[in-house]
Design a protein around this ligand. Structure first.
Ligand SMILES: [Zn+2]
Length: 519
């Protein structure tokens, strides 16, 4: 089987999307998740001297990846400057990553209106920069920006640009539909022309944007025309209408077009990886997303359900299990049980048949109320412990009270008072905090650490709040995701309530209970 490789640009293009902002720790989690999915290249962004980026590249060097290669992103040298004297290129070749992706122009309009350089200089900028990185020992991917607009305008010049990169030592030349306006027929035709012009000497790649709702279709058309590397973002993150969605491209390449992309097991983790990345990026998972959405294989009762029961291919384009999704009406209970069983096994819990069936019911009810456990495995484990009758409460709550006071001068003060019974002993604690959740955490922790000093080590590293409008009740529902660490491992917990303090409290109690139980 012929191979097509995936190149994820979430940390470059994806970060341009509305509402996208990730800490260094979260970016590392993105890299880990993409690696586990089998994505071949993961671009980490531009290795500038800005401390946040520098920290990212430092910590990336320490990551143990299963198969992915990390790349860094940069641009061709500035006009009229030798490649060796361009500080941005210097930063790129000095970075620890083995692959660099250089973006360069291939549309005359940009030469005239944006960078104002003659055609020969643009070709030299491409050739010099690729050669400079290649000579410094880097593998080079060249992204021909606006290639399709350039090809429409002047095919000979656009092809000369990609040829310049190929001749200078690029291992891949990727054709970009940067404005996202091209349609599949044309993308196929222009890609075929580039493949022919490069004469098989260099691999061709494709990088599309979704401004015409054709990013996935354009990527597949390019592969049909000979491209063998697909750039994009899982879930289609990116500025404007987003980038090509690798979560749709991957199953199409592997299950429909017969290419070898990732292992079957990796493909089966696609749906959970997609949901996990949404949770990390604080995006609401789109239930109607192809392949991985919760509705992608949901059948209304009636004729469809009966048809699917007789033969699933009557109303399904593929078996949902191949991409880790579930058929909603028929199989969800069975596969729900399997997930629950395997998690229980992993954490050493023995769930019998009845308990597993009951856990499926509990899980369904909670999902309906807004709980999603993809990014809250610790809460999921606690749920299973409760179902198995093995949950030991860390304390009994008598009451808590949180007050926030705003003064005339603008200062805000928050104070929490808590009354709890820990191991038969009653404690009353008061704490101030920089917000209600912080104050509550401090007060609770003050009481608990009197009995269990090691709980003081736990640090809350991330606190995410989302308002869910998907609920059917009267008020909006708040969901809180909390990440905690004891500096040896990290775990995620969840709380859901109409009240944000209550939701936060639930996630907080789970976090401490998890630390206590799984010590
Ligand atoms: Zn792009």
């Amino acid at each position: 089987m012929e191979q097509v490789r995936l190149y994820d640009t979430t940390l470059r293009d994806g970060m341009g999307g509305q509402g996208m902002s990730l800490s260094v720790g979260e970016k590392l989690k993105v890299v880990d998740a993409l690696d586990a999915l089998g994505v071949h290249f993961i671009e980490a962004g531009f290795p500038s001297s800005n401390p946040k980026e520098a920290e990212l590249f430092e910590r990336l060097a320490e990551l143990q990846l299963k198969g992915a290669t990390i790349s860094a992103f940069g641009m061709t040298r500035r006009a009229g400057l030798a490649a060796a004297e361009d500080p941005a290129l210097a930063a790129l070749v000095e970075s620890v990553v083995p692959v660099v992706c250089l973006v360069g122009k291939s549309w005359r309009l940009h030469l005239e209106k944006v960078i104002r350089v003659p055609e020969e200089e643009n070709l030299a900028m491409i050739g010099d920069s690729v050669a400079f990185c290649h000579d410094a020992g880097k593998r080079v991917v060249f992204d021909a920006e606006h290639f399709f607009d350039g090809y429409r305008d002047d095919p000979a010049f656009a092809l000369a640009c990609v040829r310049a990169a190929a001749e200078a030592g690029a291992e891949n030349v990727t054709l970009c539909d940067t404005n996202g306006g091209s349609l599949p027929g044309f993308v196929g035709e222009a890609t075929a022309a580039a493949v022919e012009a490069l004469d098989g000497a260099v691999e061709v790649g494709i990088h599309t944007h979704n401004d015409s709702e054709c990013a996935v279709a354009n990527s597949l058309a390019a592969v049909e025309a000979g491209a063998r590397l697909v750039q994009g973002c899982v879930n289609g993150y990116g500025e404007r209408c987003g980038n090509a969605n690798l979560a749709s491209i991957l199953p199409a390449l592997q299950l429909k077009m017969g290419f070898d992309v990732v292992s079957d097991a990796q493909l089966e983790s696609l749906a959970s990886t997609s949901h996990y990345l949404d949770e990390l990026c604080n995006m609401t998972p789109d239930p109607n997303r192809a392949y991985v959405g919760r509705n992608a294989f949901a059948h209304k009762a009636g004729m469809h359900a009966a048809g699917v029961a007789a033969d699933a291919s009557t109303f399904e384009h593929l078996d949902p299990a191949r991409v880790g999704n579930e058929r909603e009406i028929l199989a969800s209970e069975l596969s729900g049980k399997a997930t629950i069983r395997s998690t229980a096994e992993r954490v050493g819990l023995d769930l019998g048949d009845d308990a597993a069936a009951h856990a499926v019911e509990t899980l369904k009810q909670r999902e309906h109320r807004g709980y999603h456990y993809e990014a809250a495995q610790a809460s999921f484990e606690l749920l299973l412990r409760r179902e198995a009758g093995l949950y030991k409460p860390l304390f009994e709550l008598e009451s808590f009270r949180v007050t926030t006071e705003k003064r005339e001068g603008g200062e805000v003060e928050t104070e929490a008072t808590i009354k709890v019974i820990v191991d038969g002993e009653r404690y009353v604690e008061v704490a101030e905090g920089n917000g209600p959740v912080n104050a509550l955490d401090k007060a609770l922790r003050a009481a608990l650490t009197r009995r269990y000093p090691h709980l003081a080590e736990i640090e809350l590293t991330n606190y995410k709040v989302r308002i869910l409008d998907e609920s059917h009740g009267t008020g909006a529902i708040t969901r809180v995701l909390l990440d905690s660490t004891d500096h040896k491992r990290e775990w995620g917990t969840i709380g859901v309530s109409e009240n944000i303090i209550e939701a936060s409290w639930e996630a907080l109690v789970d976090s401490l209970a998890y630390a206590f139980q799984s010590r």
